[in-house]
Design a protein around this ligand. Structure first.
Ligand code: NAD
Length: 589
């Protein structure tokens, strides 16, 4: 299919004859699958000795009988992955496939088609056509869908958790956070969307004579490109306000995590959303990204800063609006008067949640001298006690990294720092005995500017600890970063903590918390300053960004300007009097 210059032209001409798509609604079906780990014997290079270092997951029922299991997760419910691929918006022609791996074991979990630029164009074309009718639906109808979705997500937690863990290699607790996030956003925007989108009366140009309304029109079709670290939250929670605002959404999830997005889509359709309002395309960002930029009326991107810069540049060329939720190198400041236990536990959780693969997690911890010698040993003790495993229950404190690439990056950051004089307090090594991409939770000190991890985002379970004397110095160090996503301040003096938080150049700042307080406050905007992004999610901003503000002003009685009864000179005088009155009479101006 030749690519038209814009799918809008193609849609206008071919509404009736759009290419046949493979995606169709499929009945939800769950497998009861026995998931087991079989230890793999691996030849150690260094010691020339056979050691058990890898594991193999068995997820296909027929394989289970072939090999004896050494460790078993038992029988688990997961969605039928093959059937989920029927939801992908691609042309009904053969496609190359890309495999999706289970990070816990490195084994293949499934495969999805590599969508082509033509598929993207077609998806946008369908979305544009559908949006014309979607925008006509009543807001109460849209609200009902998301309240049903809220319940469906809670009802299907078990298989969502299983799939999230298998596909992203995360601990169950981290997977649970994603589910809560989607549920909270479904409820929040379902309940508030009507109020946020309602036309608002504004002061008119001339009191009594100009009736002015501010409206919010949907932008049309929103493109969402999302990363792998929170593959449910960062695909669905951003889509909810876009859809409620009357837009259609075309989503490209990360290559590593398409199945959870597809299962979330299936539950959305079950909640009553027409399938073409929310379409999912799988494949390579670099290949299909440019068509997203050409077709979308708005781009919501979450991912690395380098990709964000590239895409924001392309959005700028087309003058489409975008939001960019990008990387961070988040600082925490622990003051002498902090509650030791709370601060240690908070920093511990806020640094190693999702194995440190969390945009708002802490990578730099500045500790004041007076508490340093109590804080650091206690944090080291807690980190040493962490349970790192592939457990598919709530027993693990930390799961795996997502991939070999991510493991290589984390290893390189740690090795580079150690080579240049960093002091290792705990951790520091990969753990292939647990799974191929596991890495120990790591604390280091004596970090210097020439080390890669001093300024660059590691996006792994690695935290640098710095000692400071003076609070001003800590604020300066915290702000001496190209990033500005999230920060945290620990003190018993809450007012002082808030004052410090206000001076930190980050989109969110938490006092006596690391990330959950700000992230969980969905009524308030969340996003990055500096190289951490553009635009905000959550709150009123998180839905109005998907709309075009439009002013409709209606004039009565007289035109504004000179007219037959008001020659230019009298008009100028009358206006001067009116302007003075508008300033003098409260409420008029
Ligand atoms: P990434 O930028 O490599 O990829 C993100 C998405 O962009 C993926 O879907 C990928 O396929 C796609 N992509 C890549 N190149 C593209 C291109 N040229 N055109 C179009 N799409 C393209 O990031 P990642 O490694 O998946 O995610 C990790 C990064 O995301 C970290 O830096 C992290 O801090 C950041 N992140 C930020 C937030 C936030 O809310 N600020 C949340 C989560 C992750």
């Amino acid at each position: 299919m030749p690519i038209a210059t814009s799918s809008l032209d193609a849609c206008e001409d071919q509404d009736e004859n759009l290419p046949r798509r493979a995606n169709k609604l499929v009945e939800r079906r769950l497998y009861e699958v026995k998931i087991e780990f079989i230890p793999v014997i691996w030849q150690s290079n260094r010691r020339k000795k056979e050691t058990i270092v890898g594991t193999t997951a068995l997820i296909s029922p027929e394989k289970i009988n072939d090999v004896p299991a050494k460790h078993s997760w038992g029988t688990r419910k997961i969605p039928d992955l093959a059937r989920l691929t029927a939801l992908i918006s691609h042309a009904d022609t053969p496609h190359d496939l890309t495999t999706v791996r289970a990070p816990f074991t490195g084994e293949t979990l499934g495969a999805v088609p590599i969508c082509t630029p033509e598929d993207v164009q077609m998806a946008f074309c369908h979305a544009r056509t559908t949006q014309r009718s979607w925008v006509q639906t009543r807001i109460s109808e849209r609200k009902a869908i998301f309240l049903r979705y809220h319940d469906l997500i809670l009802q299907h937690q078990e298989e969502l958790l299983n799939l999230l863990q298998l596909e992203a290699g995360k601990s169950r607790l981290s997977a649970q956070d994603e589910i809560f996030d989607v549920v909270i956003n479904s409820r929040y925007y379902a309940v508030r969307a009507g109020r946020y989108l309602r036309p608002q009366r504004r002061k008119g140009a001339l009191p009594l004579l100009t009736h002015t309304m501010e409206l919010h029109q949907p932008v049309g079709v929103v493109g969402i490109i999302s990363p792998w670290n929170y593959p449910l939250t960062l695909t669905i929670s951003d889509a909810i306000p876009a859809i409620l605002a009357g837009n259609c959404v075309v989503l490209k999830p990360a290559e590593e995590t398409p199945f959870i997005a597809l299962y979330a889509a299936q539950l959305l359709f079950e909640a009553g959303l027409p399938p073409e309002v929310f379409q999912v395309l799988t494949g390579k960002g670099r290949v299909i990204g440019p068509v997203f930029l050409k077709e979308a009326n708005y781009l919501c991107f979450t991912g690395g800063t380098a990709t964000g810069r590239l895409l924001a540049g392309q959005a700028g060329e087309r003058l489409i609006k975008c939001s960019m939720e990008l990387g961070g190198k988040n600082p925490a400041i622990v003051l002498n008067d902090a509650d030791l236990n709370k601060a240690v536990t908070g920093i511990w959780h806020g640094s190693f949640a999702n194995s440190g693969q969390l945009c708002v997690h802490m990578e730099r911890v500045y500790v004041q001298s007076g508490i340093y010698d109590r804080f650091v040993p206690e944090l080291v003790r807690q980190v040493k006690e962490m349970k790192v495993s592939a457990a598919m229950d709530f027993s693990a404190d930390m799961g795996s990294l997502i991939s070999q690439d991510q493991l290589d990056k984390v290893t390189q950051h740690v090795e580079d720092a150690l080579k240049k004089g960093a002091i290792l307090l705990t951790g520091g090594k990969a753990r292939p005995d647990i799974g191929p991409f596991f890495f120990e939770p790591t604390l280091m000190t004596n970090i210097k500017p020439d080390m890669t991890l001093y300024a660059q985002e590691t996006f792994g379970p690695v935290v640098s600890i710095y000692r400071f004397e003076d609070v001003e110095q800590a604020i300066q160090l915290a702000n001496a970063s190209s990033y500005g996503l999230n920060s945290s301040v620990w003190t018993r003096d809450v007012r002082r903590g808030q004052q410090i938080a206000r001076q930190l150049q980050t989109g969110t700042s938490n006092v006596n918390e690391t990330l959950n307080a700000a992230w969980g406050s969905v009524d308030s905007p969340m996003g990055g300053m500096k190289a951490s992004g553009l635009g905000r999610r959550h709150g009123k901003e998180g839905i109005l960004k998907y709309t075009e503000a439009q002013t409709v002003a209606t004039q009565s009685l007289m035109l504004i300007g000179p007219n037959r009864f008001l020659p230019p000179e009298r008009y100028a005088k009358t206006m001067t009097v009116m302007l003075k009155l508008m300033k003098a009479i409260p409420g008029l101006g």
